[in-house]
Design a protein around this ligand. Structure first.
Ligand SMILES: CC(C)CCOP(=O)(O)OP(=O)(O)O
Ligand SMILES: [Mg+2]
Ligand SMILES: [Mg+2]
Ligand SMILES: [Mg+2]
Length: 143
Protein backbone atom coordinates (compact mmCIF):
# COMPACT_ATOMS: atom_id res chain seq x y z
CA UNK A 1 0.00 0.00 0.00
CA UNK A 2 1.60 3.33 -1.07
CA UNK A 3 1.75 6.08 1.60
CA UNK A 4 -0.79 8.92 1.36
CA UNK A 5 0.29 12.11 -0.44
CA UNK A 6 1.83 14.80 1.79
CA UNK A 7 1.47 18.58 1.56
CA UNK A 8 4.60 20.70 1.17
CA UNK A 9 4.65 24.52 1.30
CA UNK A 10 7.45 26.22 -0.67
CA UNK A 11 8.17 29.97 -0.65
CA UNK A 12 9.44 32.21 -3.45
CA UNK A 13 11.15 34.83 -1.25
CA UNK A 14 11.84 37.71 -3.64
CA UNK A 15 14.49 40.45 -3.32
CA UNK A 16 14.71 42.65 -6.42
CA UNK A 17 15.12 40.26 -9.36
CA UNK A 18 16.51 37.51 -7.11
CA UNK A 19 15.01 34.54 -5.30
CA UNK A 20 16.33 32.73 -2.21
CA UNK A 21 17.52 29.18 -2.90
CA UNK A 22 19.38 26.56 -0.87
CA UNK A 23 21.11 23.34 -1.93
CA UNK A 24 19.30 20.48 -0.20
CA UNK A 25 21.07 17.84 1.88
CA UNK A 26 18.09 15.52 2.16
CA UNK A 27 16.94 12.19 0.74
CA UNK A 28 14.50 13.97 -1.57
CA UNK A 29 16.22 16.39 -3.95
CA UNK A 30 19.71 15.82 -2.49
CA UNK A 31 22.22 18.42 -3.78
CA UNK A 32 19.59 20.29 -5.80
CA UNK A 33 18.73 23.99 -5.36
CA UNK A 34 15.31 24.47 -3.78
CA UNK A 35 13.06 27.12 -2.27
CA UNK A 36 12.77 27.26 1.51
CA UNK A 37 9.73 25.37 2.81
CA UNK A 38 8.48 22.18 4.32
CA UNK A 39 5.63 19.98 5.46
CA UNK A 40 2.30 21.60 6.32
CA UNK A 41 1.63 20.78 9.97
CA UNK A 42 -1.75 20.06 11.54
CA UNK A 43 -4.04 23.10 11.79
CA UNK A 44 -1.66 25.51 10.00
CA UNK A 45 -2.73 27.95 7.33
CA UNK A 46 -0.54 28.05 4.21
CA UNK A 47 0.71 31.48 5.30
CA UNK A 48 1.55 30.28 8.82
CA UNK A 49 3.46 27.30 7.42
CA UNK A 50 5.36 29.52 4.97
CA UNK A 51 6.43 31.94 7.70
CA UNK A 52 7.33 29.10 10.12
CA UNK A 53 9.40 27.08 7.63
CA UNK A 54 11.27 30.14 6.33
CA UNK A 55 12.04 31.19 9.91
CA UNK A 56 13.10 27.67 10.93
CA UNK A 57 15.35 27.21 7.89
CA UNK A 58 16.77 30.70 7.24
CA UNK A 59 16.02 32.79 10.35
CA UNK A 60 14.28 35.33 8.08
CA UNK A 61 11.03 37.12 8.88
CA UNK A 62 8.68 37.52 5.91
CA UNK A 63 5.61 39.58 4.96
CA UNK A 64 3.02 39.93 2.17
CA UNK A 65 2.69 36.13 1.93
CA UNK A 66 0.48 35.13 -1.01
CA UNK A 67 -0.57 31.85 -2.65
CA UNK A 68 0.79 31.59 -6.21
CA UNK A 69 0.00 28.08 -7.41
CA UNK A 70 -0.08 24.37 -6.52
CA UNK A 71 1.93 21.58 -8.15
CA UNK A 72 1.55 17.81 -8.01
CA UNK A 73 4.84 15.91 -7.65
CA UNK A 74 5.69 12.20 -7.59
CA UNK A 75 9.25 11.44 -6.46
CA UNK A 76 10.72 8.06 -7.23
CA UNK A 77 14.35 8.95 -6.48
CA UNK A 78 14.07 8.25 -2.75
CA UNK A 79 14.19 4.65 -1.56
CA UNK A 80 10.41 4.81 -1.33
CA UNK A 81 8.11 6.69 -3.73
CA UNK A 82 6.79 9.96 -2.29
CA UNK A 83 3.78 11.94 -3.56
CA UNK A 84 3.95 15.62 -2.63
CA UNK A 85 1.33 18.28 -3.35
CA UNK A 86 3.39 21.48 -3.25
CA UNK A 87 1.61 24.71 -2.26
CA UNK A 88 3.72 27.51 -3.78
CA UNK A 89 3.75 30.85 -1.97
CA UNK A 90 5.40 34.22 -2.58
CA UNK A 91 6.70 36.55 0.12
CA UNK A 92 9.06 39.45 0.79
CA UNK A 93 11.50 40.23 3.59
CA UNK A 94 10.01 42.14 6.54
CA UNK A 95 13.44 43.77 6.95
CA UNK A 96 15.16 44.13 3.52
CA UNK A 97 18.55 44.19 5.22
CA UNK A 98 18.09 40.91 7.13
CA UNK A 99 20.60 38.26 6.02
CA UNK A 100 19.69 34.58 5.67
CA UNK A 101 21.36 32.11 8.05
CA UNK A 102 21.76 28.38 7.47
CA UNK A 103 19.73 27.27 10.50
CA UNK A 104 19.69 23.57 9.52
CA UNK A 105 23.18 22.80 8.14
CA UNK A 106 22.38 19.08 8.26
CA UNK A 107 19.55 19.64 5.75
CA UNK A 108 20.94 22.46 3.60
CA UNK A 109 24.35 23.54 2.32
CA UNK A 110 23.42 27.24 2.69
CA UNK A 111 21.09 29.96 1.38
CA UNK A 112 21.83 32.60 -1.24
CA UNK A 113 20.03 35.02 -3.55
CA UNK A 114 19.99 34.03 -7.21
CA UNK A 115 18.98 36.11 -10.25
CA UNK A 116 15.85 34.60 -11.78
CA UNK A 117 17.44 34.88 -15.23
CA UNK A 118 20.56 33.00 -14.10
CA UNK A 119 19.48 30.20 -11.78
CA UNK A 120 21.94 27.64 -10.41
CA UNK A 121 21.82 24.00 -11.49
CA UNK A 122 20.56 21.46 -10.79
CA UNK A 123 17.24 22.80 -9.57
CA UNK A 124 14.96 20.73 -7.31
CA UNK A 125 12.72 18.86 -9.76
CA UNK A 126 9.40 20.62 -8.93
CA UNK A 127 11.13 24.00 -9.36
CA UNK A 128 12.82 22.90 -12.59
CA UNK A 129 9.42 21.85 -13.97
CA UNK A 130 7.95 25.26 -13.12
CA UNK A 131 10.88 27.13 -14.71
CA UNK A 132 10.70 24.97 -17.86
CA UNK A 133 6.99 25.73 -18.02
CA UNK A 134 7.73 29.49 -18.11
CA UNK A 135 6.44 30.22 -14.60
CA UNK A 136 7.47 33.54 -13.02
CA UNK A 137 7.01 34.31 -9.31
CA UNK A 138 7.38 38.04 -9.83
CA UNK A 139 4.37 40.35 -9.60
CA UNK A 140 3.72 41.71 -13.10
CA UNK A 141 3.83 45.28 -11.75
CA UNK A 142 7.42 44.75 -10.50
CA UNK A 143 8.85 44.21 -13.99
C1 LIG B 1 9.74 16.99 -0.18
C2 LIG B 1 9.27 18.39 -0.12
C3 LIG B 1 8.75 18.85 -1.43
C4 LIG B 1 8.22 18.59 0.96
C5 LIG B 1 8.81 18.66 2.29
O1 LIG B 1 9.85 19.64 2.29
P1 LIG B 1 11.11 19.44 3.22
O2 LIG B 1 11.76 18.15 2.89
O3 LIG B 1 11.93 20.66 3.09
O4 LIG B 1 10.47 19.29 4.66
P2 LIG B 1 10.82 19.99 6.04
O5 LIG B 1 11.43 21.35 5.74
O6 LIG B 1 9.48 20.13 6.77
O7 LIG B 1 11.78 19.09 6.72
MG1 LIG C 1 11.83 22.78 7.21
MG1 LIG D 1 12.44 22.21 4.15
MG1 LIG E 1 9.07 21.05 8.51
Amino acid sequence: MSPAPVIGVAVFLLKGNTVLLGRRRTSIGHNTYALPGGHLEFGESFEECAAREVKEETGLDIKDIQLLTVTNNLFSEAAKRVHVVAVIMRAFLSDPDQLPQNMEPDKCHGWDWYDWTNLPQPLFQPLETMVQGGFSPFPTDLK
